[in-house]
Design a protein around this ligand. Structure first.
Ligand SMILES: Cc1cc2nc3c(=O)[nH]c(=O)nc-3n(C[C@H](O)[C@H](O)[C@H](O)COP(=O)(O)O)c2cc1C
Ligand SMILES: [Mn+2]
Length: 487
């Protein structure tokens, strides 16, 4: 059974030794960051600060900061199980005979569970505050010394497409300007920003309702980060992952819906056209992202559970919590990428590449120019468009092994021939591109080159010892009194 809310997940983490309570006072101004950073870099547990300085509300951090905790959150032993489930779904074949049809039934029933369910009320409505509220009550972190202020770092931001009425949910950080206003850092390419542009296109002064949930059951939180196509409801995907619908309740001050089990809900609006300087912010690139103008979020009402828990995350020099979230997304989305491009065997986004800077891809190469076709396919695929450098290797290269990729790729290229530059959209956080949001990307074809690609020399084999000799030497090795070394 999926977790009903954040609290049941906290209990599970605690039972598994994956959460540590910090019972003394710690300052949300920088100190919690230092705890969170050290913990994630030492493969440490999630942290629950019971006494953040200046607030009565505890701070929870690093709940997804290891593959084991993400697996626990998703209710599996290994994240690969989720990938397998998705692969089975997208490869579903027409059943032959009654037995196979019957086998299909549970899977179809599961699909029935994906649709979010509107409910009348829920825990997030235990306390409703229309008048007397301020963001100052919450232990919102000032993350890094050079940050412009305090930032809500794990908000689930809900909005509706003003044209289609379709819901979106994304995690977009929010800088606190005062007790009732924040920034709304939805980057240009994200769905929240598209909703805002659609609202602006309507021409008249528009008040765009936006609702923000902070803390919910872990699958709902995780799903908010997923790079799904536009108009695909993140809450539906959450229902699929949960095998149980996400229960949604209507806001008090708008017709948006939020997860009923949320810890804290900020209801509010963004006025189209109202912008304010946001940032700098110590970002997940490991650099401070530059300040820029972003929309302003006005809080109109706060609802929360009794004794709410405030969830945060820290980003910064990798690896941090977002690396593990990204790794899980990489695994879960591989079968979906392979629907479009079955020649892809595996992909890897190493921590140092911050997702968008480096994607390693292995392919089963079948025709001349195949590696380049795959690069361009990836650049055309949702948020994978941001991939600044794509390295394509042959299928026998293990892309999860960065050393193997470096060794083989660097041997396999004639740089002038095998490196391709393209121009296009660039991640909003990239500080090196010639312009914000626009610049160049690089694809490296590090596959073996074929005569049909104009390569007329011979291509060498990788050196490998014969199996028989290896086995013989295994025995002789012991006889020689040498320690058995793992290969
Ligand atoms: C901790 C964390 C913070 C994030 N902060 C932002 C942000 O400030 N702005 C943004 O556009 N995306 C941010 N993202 C990435 C988006 O949540 C992600 O791209 C998501 O797919 C966007 O949803 P959308 O595709 O529905 O727009 C963040 C992700 C994480 C995990
Ligand atoms: Mn979306």
């Amino acid at each position: 059974m999926p977790f009903d809310d954040l609290r049941s997940f906290i209990h599970a983490l605690e039972k598994e030794g994956e959460l540590k309570r910090i019972r003394f006072e710690v300052d949300p101004y920088l100190e919690i960051t230092e705890f969170a950073d050290r913990s994630v870099k030492n493969q440490g547990p999630a942290l629950l600060f019971e006494k953040p300085k200046g607030s009565k509300i505890p701070v929870l951090i690093n709940i997804f900061a290891s593959m084991r905790r993400i697996a626990l959150a998703l209710g599996v032993e290994d994240v690969e199980e989720v990938a397998t489930r998705i692969a089975e779904l997208v490869q579903m074949e027409r059943p032959e005979g009654l037995l196979e049809k019957l086998k299909l039934l549970p899977r179809l029933a599961e699909l029935n569970a994906i649709f979010p369910k509107s409910v009348r009320s829920g825990p997030c409505k235990e306390v409703i505050r229309r008048q007397n509220f301020s963001l100052d009550e919450f232990p919102i972190l000032h993350c890094w010394p050079g940050d412009a202020g305090r930032f809500i770092t794990f908000p689930l931001v809900f909005s509706k497409d003003p044209e289609s009425g379709k819901r979106n949910c994304g995690v977009y950080r929010m800088q606190v300007f005062d007790g009732r206003t924040t920034g709304m850092h939805w980057q240009k390419h994200k769905h929240g920003a598209e909703h805002y542009r659609r609202a602006a296109a309507q021409g008249r002064p528009v008040r765009m309702p936006v609702a923000v949930a902070i803390g919910a059951d872990p699958i709902t939180m995780f799903s908010a980060v997923l790079p799904l196509p536009p108009n695909v409801d993140e809450m539906m995907f959450a229902g699929f992952l949960r095998r149980k619908p996400v229960e949604m309740v209507r806001c008090e001050t708008s017709d948006l819906e939020v997860p009923a089990n949320a810890e804290i809900v900020l209801e509010g609006h963004v006025n189209v056209g109202e912008l304010r300087r946001e940032g700098p912010f110590g970002d997940h690139t490991g650099f401070y992202s530059l300040d820029d103008d972003y929309p302003v979020f006005h809080v109109d009402c706060i609802t929360h559970r009794k004794h709410p828990i405030y969830t945060a995350t820290i980003v910064g020099p990798p690896p941090m919590e977002d690396f593990y979230i990204g790794k899980a997304i990489e695994r879960i989305f591989l079968p979906l990428m392979r629907m479009q491009m079955p020649e892809i065997r595996d992909i890897c986004m190493p921590a140092e590449g911050i997702f968008h800077n480096l994607m390693l891809v292995s392919i089963r190469k079948s025709y001349p120019g195949h590696a380049r076709k795959v690069m361009h396919g990836i650049w055309g695929l949702g948020q994978a468009m941001f991939s600044k450098c794509i390295i394509v290797v042959d299928e026998e290269v293990d892309v999860q092994n960065v050393r193997e990729v470096a060794w083989k790729a660097l041997n396999n290229i004639d740089p002038e021939r095998d490196i391709e530059f393209v121009h296009g959209p660039i991640d909003a956080l990239d500080h090196a591109s010639r312009a914000p949001h626009y610049g160049s990307k690089m694809g490296i074809d590090a596959t073996a080159k074929w005569p049909s690609e104009g390569f007329t020399r011979r291509w060498p084999e990788v050196i490998r010892m014969s199996k028989e000799v290896m086995q013989r030497v295994d025995a002789l090795w012991k006889r020689a009194g040498l320690e058995r070394q793992s290969s």
